[in-house]
Design a protein around this ligand. Structure first.
Ligand code: NAP
Length: 277
């Protein structure tokens, strides 16, 4: 399939809230690429037909957001091994022959956001709050980064057990009510639950006093940028890493795959994104 246009987008339901168009259009403009990246609302029952039509509609690829990340895995023609491990794809690339390749760039986004802030978890214990889709990406990323132990704290124990069955002994489970035990001696605390989202006034439910002062605290939530958890951590002197970085870094490999240029993550881009929060 030759002469692909420079069309890409994000599919979700709903999708109006997505910041991905702002991000990719910033890069398209910066690199002088004549193309477009749009938010496309797609009902779950229409996802398969729409994905199959991407090549004939001239798309280079798309991103997927809630609720399509898991379902799309069953629709695409090729899946990278990392996405298989996560059980979800957030990026589709239309190959030259018109087949669809699914990747998961949330893993790279989560890891790169930490690496960019010189966070090193190699050989150290880390703690993850949550056991949903974002947690799965974070767990695969932390395993790739060489964490010695990934302590999992989730409200519903069964969901944590499911992850433990997949990831094995690397993943000790802690009861939600006993989270302080999982904080003791940890090198990183990562919130992957939606707790703290869109509620700047809401206080974080977590008491951080069991966290070592050297622990880094990161939040996958980025609306607001400074969640209650990050505010508390900052006040206690912890190094903090916000969730906007993950959103930006997960877009980097997707843009490269579609448009052939590795886009730069710059303070200007971050400022543009913050304006939209
Ligand atoms: P998900 O699959 O629905 O999982 C949500 C997880 O949060 C579950 O483990 C759930 O626990 C837990 N949870 C939800 N509400 C809770 C509450 N009130 N108290 C305690 N635990 C609660 O969602 P997801 O796809 O993982 O997304 C989670 C968050 O990550 C969302 O806010 C999403 O926007 C964000 N995210 C950010 C990025 C980024 O680039 N920064 C990327 C992906 C996702 P149970 O198992 O008990 O239900």
């Amino acid at each position: 399939m030759k002469n692909l246009s420079t069309k890409a987008g994000v599919l979700g339901w709903p999708v109006e809230h997505s910041l991905s168009p702002r991000l990719h259009n910033y890069w398209l403009k910066k690199y002088g690429i004549e193309g477009s990246y749009e938010a496309l609302p797609v009902e779950p029952e229409k996802l398969a037909a729409l994905l199959k039509a991407l090549p004939v509609q001239g798309f280079r690829g798309v991103n997927l957001t809630i609720p399509h990340k898991e379902m799309a895995l069953k629709i695409v023609d090729h899946i990278e091994p990392l996405a298989q491990q996560v059980g979800a794809i957030n990026t589709i690339i239309v190959r030259e022959d018109g087949s669809l390749e699914g990747r998961n760039t949330d893993v790279f986004g989560f890891a790169q956001n930490l690496r960019a802030q010189q966070v090193d978890v190699k050989g150290k214990p880390v703690t993850v709050l949550g056991a949903g889709g974002a947690a799965r990406a974070a767990i695969v990323a932390l395993r790739e980064m060489g964490a010695a132990e990934i302590r999992l704290v989730n409200r519903t124990r069964e969901k944590a057990e499911m992850l433990k069955r997949e990831f094995g002994d690397l993943l000790p489970i802690y009861e939600w009510a006993e989270y302080p035990k999982a904080f003791e001696g940890t090198s990183l605390l990562a919130n992957t639950t939606p707790l703290g989202m869109k509620s700047p006034e809401t206080k974080s439910p977590f008491d951080l006093s069991a966290l070592p002062k050297t622990a880094v605290v990161t939040d996958i939530v980025y609306t607001p940028l400074m969640t209650g958890l990050l505010k508390d951590a900052h006040a206690r002197g912890h190094k903090i890493v916000d969730g906007l970085g993950m959103l930006i870094y997960q877009a980097q490999p997707a843009f490269k795959a579609w448009f052939g240029i590795e886009p730069e993550v710059t303070p200007g881009l971050r400022a543009t994104m913050i304006e939209a929060l």
